[in-house]
Ligand binder design. Structure first.
Ligand code: CA
Length: 283
């Protein structure tokens, strides 16, 4: 390598580092631990004017006249801006959880990890109970959408309206309203003798469940269940890494490859109601 080339490389590295540092400094995202330096550079809506960021992905989608693409955006549901993956294809949904069966992201985490989120926004992640609370604790009620994809690529959807995650003082209790969709209602129906609606959140270091042991520590093939709104214990658990569980739709026999949990205001728009796959499944 000649001297000219070496100087060029050093300069390029310097510029890249400066850009990266500047982006991180300017943004100060509360969940920066979920973005790689590369993710920072690819952020779609960097706000240079110092005004507030949109509250959620549905606002971004609406302002873009429904032309935004899937990707990582900055939102500001409360005081602090955070990064999040927006599912724009399905109409401006804010993704709060995404898991791939046997993913390398470990979901066996502590209360603190589940509070502020873990994983990577470009991959599998838990957005964080605190941010889920900020998002759903709004005068406009929110909808929770669960999207499940099995090994045959069949998609099932389920929606709960309204959906609220209470604050930490209430142990991030889950509140769910009416259900519709092609997937089983695994959170408000107790067909498996476990009811998740109104349960507090439990992690391996904070047992708020109704079982004599800690449900988050119970293992299947050596993998613990991870944090969830357990009863005693589960009719659904999307945070067990080796078996995504949703009653009859995703289990040991009927394996699922992917799951998502996403939110959007309930009064957002009637034009973007349930997508086609759910209707097809109901025929
Ligand atoms: Ca217990």
């Amino acid at each position: 390598m000649n001297l000219k080339h070496s100087v060029g490389c050093i300069l390029l590295l310097f510029v890249q580092c400066r850009l990266q540092t500047r982006a991180e400094e300017v943004l100060e995202l509360a969940n920066s631990h979920m973005l790689s330096p590369g993710d920072y550079m690819k952020l779609i809506n960097i706000n240079t004017k110092g005004t507030k960021y949109p509250r959620d992905c549905s606002e971004i989608f609406k302002w873009s006249e429904q032309s935004s693409k899937d990707g990582i955006y900055i939102i500001q549901p409360a005081k602090e801006p955070i990064g999040v993956f927006c599912d724009m294809q399905d109409g401006g949904w804010t993704v709060i959880q995404h898991i791939t069966a046997n993913s390398s992201v470990d979901f066996d985490r502590t209360w603190q990890d589940y509070k502020y989120g873990f994983g990577s926004l470009n991959d599998n992640y838990w957005l964080g109970n605190e941010y889920m609370h900020q998002l759903t604790n709004s005068p406009r009620p929110y909808i929770l959408r669960v999207k499940l994809v099995d090994l045959n690529a069949e998609i099932k959807l389920g929606e709960y309206e309204p959906f609220l995650i209470e604050d930490e003082a209430s142990q991030y209790r889950i509140r769910l309203g009416l259900y519709k969709g092609s997937a089983a209602d695994a959170l408000t129906q107790d067909t498996e003798a476990y009811l998740h609606d109104n349960q507090k959140f439990t992690t391996k270091d904070k047992d708020n469940d109704n079982y004599f042991q800690n449900c988050a520590k119970l293992e299947h093939n050596g993998i613990p269940g991870g944090g969830w709104w357990y009863d005693a214990c589960a009719g659904a658990n999307l945070n067990r890494r080796n078996v995504i569980y949703w009653q009859k739709d995703c289990n040991k026999e009927q394996m699922c490859k992917y799951a998502w949990m996403m939110v959007r205001p309930a009064d957002y728009s009637q034009d973007h109601s349930m997508a086609c796959p759910a209707q097809k499944n109901e025929l």
